[in-house]
Write a protein that binds this ligand. Structure first.
Ligand code: SF4
Length: 354
């Protein structure tokens, strides 16, 4: 492992590199407004920069301040997130805005420690906000940084394991502690992100252009392909369901999901554990099930399981209404603006009726 003595100039090297070679024109750069920084950090979790940019800009156009977000209903917020996935992030974002507006007078707390007490903000995100907006000397540790640090220090073990993660946090803190007092925390924090995204990439890292190359353990020992170690393999359980795409007069039947659960607050299709269950529901609604309505099965992978969805497209008689409390008939030309989970969106996009 690289010796902790190499820590004394690690932060400065990353900082200098960022100023010369890092990214400087992302829409959330050049601001110290915690609202904007926070929004970008939450959107960037598990999502690539190029995907986030249009969402970020649309979101800010509709909700330019934390107050405008806090005053909106969740129903108004979700369409601006739909498609980004991981919807708990959007629900927490909205809750967090309300807490900041109500309990902090609309201003984010000024330290990473306090920011981390807000809904949906973890230690690394809180540190990023505090570093970018207030210059606080607190370390981040996101997926990119884990990759850079495991390689630079030659750390084995899956970084998602608690013990490995704790070691990485300790090294990240030491890197900041040992840096000079004048370290530009915003440039360093951005530098770590940029290094992970642009140079120390998952495959084929560009070591020859890396500011840490001279004493990087992975590079010196040819371990770039082996570090960070992968998550130990586990077999995801397979689950199955049937979904009903019921239409009549240019409208489709959708069902609002309860706030808690995987698709909380989004609009989905009536869903059944088995085909028999759906057949019974169709019979109760007076709908004739016709084999022509069977569509191709799609598979959606969640973190903890894979869901096989067997969709059925059926036409309802003109007088059929809603039978479940959260159902509503939505006009086809409104479907594009309706917040739906990704697999439901894929089914709607493939609809042959209009
Ligand atoms: Fe990553 Fe290569 Fe830099 Fe090491 S030298 S931190 S492996 S890019």
């Amino acid at each position: 492992m690289s010796s902790p003595s190499s820590l004394h100039d690690l932060a400065q090297r990353v900082c200098d590199w960022q100023r010369q070679h890092g990214r400087h024109h992302l829409p959330w750069q050049g601001t110290q407004d915690p609202y904007r920084v926070w929004l970008s950090e939450i959107m960037l979790q598990q999502t690539q920069v190029s995907t986030v940019i249009p969402y970020y800009e649309r979101f800010l156009e509709r909700f330019p301040t934390i107050h405008s977000l806090a005053q909106a209903t969740q129903e108004e917020v979700m369409p601006y997130w739909a498609g980004l996935g991981y919807y708990a992030r959007a629900r927490n974002l909205h809750r967090c805005a309300q807490v900041v507006a109500r309990e902090h007078g609309g201003r984010f707390p000024k330290s990473a420690e306090e920011i981390a007490t807000l809904p949906g903000i973890g230690r690394s995100t809180a540190a990023a906000i505090a570093a970018f907006c207030y210059g606080e000397r607190s370390s981040i540790m996101d997926g990119n940084v884990k990759r850079v640090f495991t390689r630079y220090f030659g750390i084995h073990g899956y970084p998602g394991l608690r013990a490995v993660e704790q070691r990485l946090w300790a090294l990240a803190e030491m890197a900041v502690e040992q840096a000079s007092g004048s370290l530009d925390m915003a440039a360093y924090t951005q530098g770590l992100m940029d290094l992970g995204a642009q140079v120390c990439t998952r495959s084929k890292p560009l070591c020859e252009t890396c500011p840490l190359a001279s004493d990087c353990e992975a590079r010196l020992r040819g371990l770039q392909d082996q570090l960070p170690e992968r998550r130990p393999k586990r077999v995801l359980p397979e689950r199955h369901c049937t979904m009903l795409l019921l239409h009549r007069d240019g409208h489709l039947l959708l069902e609002k999901q309860p706030q808690t659960g995987i698709w909380g607050g989004l609009w989905s299709l009536p869903r059944y554990d088995t085909l028999e269950e759906m057949a019974a529901d169709c019979q109760a609604r007076g709908i004739v099930m016709n084999d022509d309505g069977r569509m191709a099965t799609i598979v959606h992978t969640f973190t903890h399981f894979r869901l096989h969805i067997a969709p059925w497209l059926l036409e309802a008689p003109p007088n059929v209404g809603e039978t479940r409390p959260m159902e509503a008939w939505v006009a086809f030309d409104h479907l594009a603006q309706t917040a739906t989970p990704a697999p439901v969106r894929a089914l709607l996009d493939a609809l042959p009726v209009s």
